[in-house]
Design a protein around this ligand. Structure first.
Ligand code: ZN
Length: 127
C-alpha cells in the first residue's frame, strides 16, 4: 500500500538520514488545523537539507497568507507591529539563506521571497 522507497520526498536523495517532518506550529505560533485540507495532513520524510528548507517554505507561506489577509483588509497577524517586524526580518533571513551557494531549495525560490519583501515594503508598518 505504501510504495515509498525511503528516499527524501523532496529531492529524492537515497541513503541519507531522513527526518520525519510534522509541522506543529506555524510561524505565528498557531497550531495547524490538521483537518483543513490546506494544511499538511501527511507527515513526510525529508533529508536534513530539505527539512531545513521546508521550514523556510512554511514560514514564507504563513507570512504570505497573512500578507494577503492584510491586503484584503481582513484581520491579520501582520497588523500587529511586532509580528510585522518579525515577519520582515524572517523574510530577510530566508533570502540571505537562499542567496548562499549550494542552498538549492526544492520548495522556494529566491525570487518569490524578494517579491514578497517588496510587497511588504509598500505597506505602512502598523503601529
Ligand atoms: Zn532532500
Amino acid at each position: 500500500m505504501d510504495d515509498w522507497n525511503h528516499s527524501c520526498q523532496a529531492c529524492g536523495s537515497p541513503d541519507v538520514p531522513l527526518t520525519k517532518l510534522s509541522l506543529g506550529k506555524d510561524f505565528f505560533g498557531r497550531p495547524y488545523d490538521r483537518l483543513s485540507p490546506s494544511s499538511d495532513q501527511n507527515p513526510r520524510w525529508y533529508c536534513t537539507s530539505c527539512s531545513f528548507h521546508k521550514q523556510l517554505q512554511r514560514d514564507f507561506r504563513d507570512i504570505l497568507a497573512e500578507f494577503d489577509k492584510l491586503r484584503a483588509s481582513f484581520i491579520s497577524e501582520l497588523s500587529k507591529a511586532d509580528e510585522f517586524r518579525r515577519a520582515s526580518l524572517r523574510l530577510y533571513e530566508i533570502r540571505t539563506i537562499l542567496d548562499a551557494p549550494k542552498q538549492t531549495s526544492q520548495f522556494l525560490s529566491n525570487r518569490d521571497v524578494t517579491v514578497l519583501m517588496e510587497r511588504l515594503n509598500t505597506l505602512t508598518m502598523p503601529v
